[in-house]
Design a protein around this ligand. Sequence first.
Ligand code: THU
Length: 162
Amino acid sequence: MQNFQFPFERLMKTQLPADIQQLVAAAEQVADKAYAPYSHFKVGAALLMEDGSMITGSNHENASYPVGICAERAALATLDMNNNANKVRAISVTYKPTGHTHNNPVAPCGMCRQAILEVQQWQGQPIAIYMYGPDGEVIYVENAAFLLPFAFGGSDLNADKA
Ligand code: THU
């Protein structure tokens, strides 16, 4: 048998470097802008770019449920993928406490992991993930690929070019 293993760290928000604390705070703030009348689960995501700028997104639901989009993909979809100059260093994802949920860190859903990995493969540089919960705890993973073992990617479609 073979095993997958990857490093991760649990820490409190206050232990994070200043720029990452700001990233987490941006994700918290943008969660307020979520449109989540069906799940009432308001999620915020923030991308930290290499130039220090941030891009944010929140979940946007729809009466036709599958039409809804997650916070992470709302943020990622605004990236200029024709310009490889400004890469994504890190993503933070969090949600607003409602009283109906636990307050643990929230992890990107499977579809968002696939979307994050697309960007990571496109930019050729790892994207760190900071999953944050209202109780102040953060789970840090240094490479988005760790969250999606045996991932499907562009190289599967372009085997001749790989
Ligand atoms: N959601 C996100 O925005 N990101 C995730 O990674 C997990 C789920 C949203 C989708 C839906 O609007 C709500 O949370 C409940 O699933």
